[in-house]
Design a binder for this molecule. Sequence first.
Ligand SMILES: Cc1cc2nc3c(=O)[nH]c(=O)nc-3n(C[C@H](O)[C@H](O)[C@H](O)COP(=O)(O)OP(=O)(O)OC[C@H]3O[C@@H](n4cnc5c(N)ncnc54)[C@H](O)[C@@H]3O)c2cc1C
Length: 618
Amino acid sequence: MITGGSNKLGPDQRAAALSALARQELQVLVVGGGVVGAGTALDAVTRGLSTGLVEARDFASGTSSRSSKLIHGGLRYLEQLDIGLVREALTERALLLQRIAPHLIKPVSFLFPFTHYGWERAYIGAGVSMYDLLGVARGQVRGLPVHRQLTRSRALRLAPALRKSALTGALLYWDAQVDDARYVVDLVRTASAYGARVASRTQVTGFLREGERVTGVRAVDLESGTELLIRAQQVVNATGVWTDEIQAMVGGRGSINVRASKGIHLVVPRDRIQSHTGIILRTPTSVLFVIPWGRHWIIGTTDTAWALSKAHPAASRTDIDYILGQINKVLAVPLTHDDVEGVYAGLRPLLAGESDSTSKLSREHTVAHPVPGLVMIAGGKYTTYRLMAMDAVDAVAHGLDGKVAPSCTDLVPLAGADGFPALWNSRAALAKSSGLHVARIEHLLRRYGTLIGEVLALIAADPSLARPIKGAEDYLRVEVVYAVTHEGARHLNDVLTRRTHISIETWDRGVSAADEVAELMAGPMKWRAKQVARELENYRVEIAAERKSQEADTDTDADAIRLGAPEIVPVLSNGLAPAPGPGGSRPGDAGPASGAPGPGAPSPGRRGARAGEGGPGD
Ligand SMILES: Cc1cc2nc3c(=O)[nH]c(=O)nc-3n(C[C@H](O)[C@H](O)[C@H](O)COP(=O)(O)OP(=O)(O)OC[C@H]3O[C@@H](n4cnc5c(N)ncnc54)[C@H](O)[C@@H]3O)c2cc1C
């Protein structure tokens, strides 16, 4: 077993992890640093297995930072009579909320307006009563209040933004919400603390084989272009919507088919919708959530088939109009495009079934072994990632010699979770001792939990870090430095989009804050002026392309515009050749890389497939 782990994910840790991954054979290597891959790495390492995790881009940069950010059973699935699925998810909700990550997950209430008299109240009321009942998890208290029926006037007092004629009454129920991107980073940090070797910007490009058996992977450190051979007794493919591509690297037909379904969200300022609670609305095909998010609302989502760029799904004007149209059906003062601060789009990894409608495809997960030494895990949803991880590692255990301990992640709080309630209760004292306002301490506690001491220590060493970031005043300068030294952020976008959410929470999408953020990153990243300029240019071009894509009417046009912005660290297309630039993108391409690859890009000479190793052409 590999020991000596640390939860500090800085540049030095990444270098050490890559060198260890290249040197020693692992028992388990996980491919994909979304919530499922990070959860799988934590499950494996806490069973005592030597574990590695590689992610081609930034941690959580795929679907796992682009969700509705709800930890929920899904009322919708109850209507589809998926009782087992709902119960399982609600059990997880209680566990995550109370034990595993109380700092990152918090209760959120939703108002469900009725539009009919009589039967709807009885029908929905019965469904939500069952939801509440299923939420009483084994051995846990629910941790959330039970639902309440409301008259129309009571509902309007809670949500004055609603048009009086839009409802006949309502129901108020409780679920939970999560900072999805930060949760993944905490999962990765926790896995690393238990000894897992983790590296972002490291792409798997093929498999090592002994006959049919997979014995490891061929990977490229995309920052340096160095090729690595990582040997592992079992490899787990946890690449979400990229599952089929990895599967293709072992040749033959896929044993799991994953289809992508696009969902977009709008971010609007809190004052645009007067409400003391979140709201859930029925739409013709699904539901629409209005979710409180700090000083903002997140509104979503859509559900449409997507076969274009997987790394950068683009929201079109049609998507945005759809959401505005749905929400405006119930608002007294309608929202317009001018109210939209931020937009993001993500792809659901759905297990492909018979149905043509993506909203009817399965949200359940599946585990497969296409060949010995390789386990595939796909489907599911964020809320049930821990169960997916457990099933994946159970499958791994079958392929390992010797007995493997059962999963214990239900007993493993994430980095920052242990002791959180007590520290939360001491926030006034913390404010006093640190000199920060209690509101800032609450903000830091909700993001770093009990690791807040590490953040405050950076401020103690350099008090200028206690200042807010200009143009993104909700965040402190220290959060940028900490993101690089402790949270694995390596590029400007990692900080502006995932360690913070400045890119969707500011009117200029982080452009004015970018200079200060890049300067703060430059020290710990050892960037010279040229790299700072490159990061800034890349971010601005990306934001401009994103904005422009959101004016396009069709997915195809929006995708082509979005792909015009190059990636700061281009991924390799299907592991063999640089991805095509604008105009040359194919449906399902691994990612866009327009123009010349950056200085750190791998050279073609280091990418040739070798005999005996799997690859797309094998
Ligand atoms: C719009 C939307 C809303 C949602 N809302 C909710 C919600 O509210 N609650 C909920 O429970 N679920 C929700 N979900 C579902 C949930 O977000 C996903 O099921 C989950 O995030 C998928 O995680 P993942 O780890 O499988 O995939 P990902 O997060 O996409 O991770 C896969 C990773 O693999 C990496 N990768 C790919 N190829 C390679 C390679 N060759 N080498 C190395 N790495 C590679 C990718 O870069 C990526 O980071 C939502 C999904 C969407 C799209």
